[in-house]
Write a protein that binds this ligand. Structure first.
Ligand SMILES: C[S@@+](CC[C@H](N)C(=O)[O-])C[C@H]1O[C@@H](n2cnc3c(N)ncnc32)[C@H](O)[C@@H]1O
Length: 425
């Protein structure tokens, strides 16, 4: 592969994030040809684009290079398809491989057998060329290969990321229901929050759990590249070896641009154990000094005092009552009411809204709250009218990111913004 050869990439992302990913990729790869599809973006770019997207994209899950695509009916056709690929360009027999298969309406009975046939094709191709076969490493292969089988057509990709990109390398302490880093970044991107006084201002997550939202926010606000702390599969793959110097340069430039944020970032949680986790995660991410951590019930946390004229953004995925219970004052009310049927979230959300209306409408430039929830009735529970709602998938869970404008005396949104919102479900 020459440096200037154009590659067909598929950059995957969480459902609902495709348009935001397209925008982000246009910014990090101005020369790339980019098109949003379902579940990601198709990108046509030079090999250097693979390095840049892996290093800089906050929203992408994986960067795949398409190798070949064709019709198939049974597993032998997949073997024949994979035999057409010049695997010697990608690895030597001393490298390790792993094949994963994804399917959409495939007529095949056994995806395991399909996977095996592609693995055989890679091994046979290398054995014919060199006399040796590569071995399989299911944990950290040098060449992760993805086979996608559709109804009639199949495609083979090389995964250049290795571990999915939401694994930034800083998270060790997880908590019970952590958001993926890519989804936290997508929430911030949907809000247009970029960590400056003009793009959302200060940030506060009053149910921070393991700290995903404030840590992602601090990385954005300090200009840190999301992939700077980790390794990628492409680092071992042959086509990217001539780009080693360029890779070192890209990382050096990314490190050199890191700066202190221009806005304050706050994080708190009712569980002191979670605050501890969040602080430790932030230390590993190198941004602990940019986040003010506190323990405490969200129903009691006073609004942070912001510099005159600076707006504030509340960003959170609150406890849903399924995997993560509401704790603190609202939970105590439930216990005393003696009713097993009564859900603590029934008390928590209206009280949170009243608390915000009392305390968070005073800042001169105002606060805007963004909440990710699978509960389509959240605005009703909050007794607030949302001004926007974005569909987003938290893994398999369909959610909405709701925006509430906390305006003194009124929680109603301006008409123009209601007109932009997704129609109420
Ligand atoms: C869904 S989790 C948030 C996960 C977080 N975004 C992360 O990535 O780890 C909800 C969090 O709300 C916290 N929580 C529950 N009740 C609370 C309350 N009344 N005040 C503040 N935090 C609360 C829980 O301790 C939990 O950490």
């Amino acid at each position: 592969m020459s440096r200037a050869e154009l590659l067909n990439l598929f950059v995957s992302c969480p459902g609902g994030v495709e348009a935001l990913l397209e925008q982000e990729l246009r910014a990090v790869l101005p020369k790339g040809k980019i098109e949003a599809l379902r579940g990601g973006c198709a990108v046509r770019a030079e090999a250097e684009g693979v390095l840049i997207i892996n290093l800089e994209s906050r929203l992408a899950q994986r960067v795949l290079v398409e190798l070949i695509e064709g019709g198939y009916r049974h597993e032998d056709d997949l073997y024949a398809l994979a035999r057409q690929v010049d695997w010697e360009r990608w690895i030597t027999p001393r490298h390790t491989i792993k094949v994963d298969t994804t399917a959409h309406r495939s007529p095949l009975k056994s995806l395991n057998f399909a996977t095996l046939r592609v693995k055989d094709a890679i091994c046979d191709t290398l054995r014919d060329a060199t006399g040796e076969r590569p071995s399989v490493d299911t944990y950290a292969p040098d060449l992760p290969v993805v086979l996608h089988v559709g109804e009639e057509r199949a495609a083979l990709y090389v995964d250049t990321s290795g571990e999915p990109l939401f694994k930034r390398g800083w998270r060790v302490d997880k908590g019970d229901a952590p958001l993926k880093e890519t989804l936290a970044a997508a929430m911030l991107a949907a809000a247009g929050w970029k960590g400056t006084p003009d793009t959302g201002g200060a940030l506060h997550d009053p149910c921070c759990g393991s700290g995903t939202i404030p840590i992602e926010a601090a990385l954005i606000a300090s200009g840190a590249a999301p992939g700077i702390m980790r390794r990628f599969a492409f680092e071992a793959q042959l086509p990217f070896q001539p780009l080693q110097n360029r890779w070192a340069e890209l990382k050096r430039a990314a490190q050199a641009r890191v700066h202190a944020p221009a806005v304050p970032i706050y994080a708190s949680d009712v569980a002191f154990r979670m605050v501890d986790f969040a602080r430790r995660n932030a230390e590993r991410a190198g941004v602990a000094q940019y986040i003010q951590f506190n323990g405490g019930d969200a129903l009691e946390r006073p609004a942070p005092q912001l510099p005159e004229g600076m707006p504030g953004t509340l960003m959170m995925n609150p406890p849903y009552g399924e995997r993560i219970e509401v704790r603190g004052k609202a939970a105590a009310v439930r216990e005393h009411s003696g009713s097993e049927q009564r859900d603590a979230t029934d008390d928590f959300f209206p009280r949170l809204a009243s608390h915000w209306k009392r305390g968070y409408t005073q800042a001169s430039a105002g606060w805007t709250a963004w909440m990710l929830s699978p509960d389509m009735k959240l605005p009703t529970k909050m007794r607030l009218k949302e001004s926007r709602r974005f569909p987003m998938w938290n893994g398999p869970i369909e959610c909405r990111l709701f925006r509430f404008d906390l305006v003194a005396g009124s929680a109603r949104a301006p008409r123009s913004e209601v007109a932009n919102a997704e129609p109420n479900d």
